[in-house]
Design a protein around this ligand. Structure first.
Ligand code: SAM
Ligand code: SF4
Length: 348
């Protein structure tokens, strides 16, 4: 393959003969597949993309719908029970409703979720729900129009609000909202965002900013930590931690807000990583399997698939990629190297 904008190292590895499902050498088993259906986006969030100039994948380098559904079917055969469609902005893939319908027809039927910036969801929420989408996370970092425009570099807050409303109306419940706080941009309005979500019944989760931006501008010293979010929210709301036993492999620490019933989640992906309980794997829009957001290597399925590989051969490649999964992401250690692919091309 030539001309790819994200030149990650490609390489194969093998799981032991007779391996069933998607275990790694530490005993973790992947059950949750994140699928990036496009690397394109209509926003330019500062923690994700540069203001301009990020090259998109060329269409011939991307999995077609038939290829995508076939590969997802191979993952389902390997024990994946949850598919999350993401990107880039997944709603920009024109065939998305059809892809959801076809994934929902797989046996055993996986649960299907999507992470979206919400733009266009006002039109697509109902068709997606009808096609089999079960749940949605909408990314929204602030409800202040000026802060929104500053953070995303686009004036589209109203579209996101309409998208959220449509998701709730289509029954994609519980509607979750994902937020990243950036110092000096939206860190002082986290309480306003929580109140806004509580008023509408949306479940808010904050996530620490990770070093996955295309421009490699992440800086540990400016990151707003989970602890800091908790302190800021604590100035305005009473937060009661829910028992850790309720958490499983879910990364968010959850708190009852003002005695409940609503909750807020805080994901300390950098300061208190949950790698030891990780059950995720990832497929990029150009057919690469990644065992971690932070992998330096990935396994190519697109080439073998187009060269006539059988489902069993694709399954063995996927198992090999999972087998070599590292114990943790290593952010903050001396050896940490940010991956070539940005979040928008891996799939968040
Ligand atoms: N465009 C869709 C969206 O924004 O929801 C889906 C793709 S986006 C890459 C998926 C999630 O990753 C979003 O919730 C976004 O806020 C989050 N994200 C992007 N870059 C991030 C970063 N550097 N650190 C933490 N989260 C990030
Ligand atoms: Fe686009 Fe999502 Fe990245 Fe924002 S976080 S630029 S919406 S892909």
């Amino acid at each position: 393959m030539t001309g790819l904008p994200f030149p990650s190292v490609r390489g194969e590895s093998r799981a032991p003969e007779g391996t069933v499902g998607l275990p790694d050498q530490l005993g973790r088993v992947a059950r949750d597949l994140r699928v990036s259906v496009t690397d394109r986006c209509n926003l330019r969030c500062r923690y994700c993309m540069p203001a301009e100039g990020l090259p998109w994948l060329a269409k011939p380098e991307m999995l077609t719908d038939d290829e995508l559904v076939r590969v997802i079917g191979v993952f389902v055969g390997l024990g994946i029970t949850q598919i999350r469609l993401t990107g880039g902005e997944p709603l920009l893939r024109r065939s998305l409703v059809d892809v959801v319908r076809r994934v929902a027809a797989l046996e055993p039927r996986p649960r299907i979720a999507m992470t979206t910036n919400g733009i266009g969801l006002d039109r697509l929420a109902q068709p997606l729900a009808d096609a089999g989408l079960d749940r949605v996370n909408v990314s929204l970092d602030t409800i202040d129009p000026q802060e929104f425009a500053d953070l995303t570099r686009r004036d589209r807050l109203h579209d996101v609000e309409l998208g959220l409303k449509a998701a709730a109306a289509a029954g994609l419940a519980p509607v979750k909202v994902n937020a990243v706080a950036m110092r000096g941009i939206n860190d002082h309005s986290v309480g306003d965002l929580l109140q806004w979500c509580l008023d509408r019944g949306y479940e808010l989760r904050f996530i620490e900013q990770m070093p996955l931006d295309a421009q490699h501008g992440w800086d540990a010293s400016t990151m707003i930590s989970a602890e800091e979010i908790r302190e800021r929210l604590g100035e305005r709301f009473e937060l009661t931690p829910l028992p850790a036993a309720d958490r499983g492999s879910a990364p968010a620490e959850r708190f009852l807000v003002d005695g409940g019933p609503f909750t807020v989640g805080i994901i300390a992906s950098v300061s208190a990583p949950f790698c030891a309980a990780c059950d995720r794997t990832r497929l990029t829009a150009d057919g690469q399997v990644r065992n971690c957001l932070f992998s330096q290597r990935e396994t190519d399925l697109l080439g073998p698939l187009r060269a006539g590989a059988t489902d069993e051969e694709l399954a063995a490649l996927i198992q090999g990629e999972m087998w070599r999964k590292a114990p943790g992401h290593g952010i903050g250690t001396a050896d940490f190297v940010q991956p070539d692919r940005p979040m928008s091309a891996i799939g968040g």
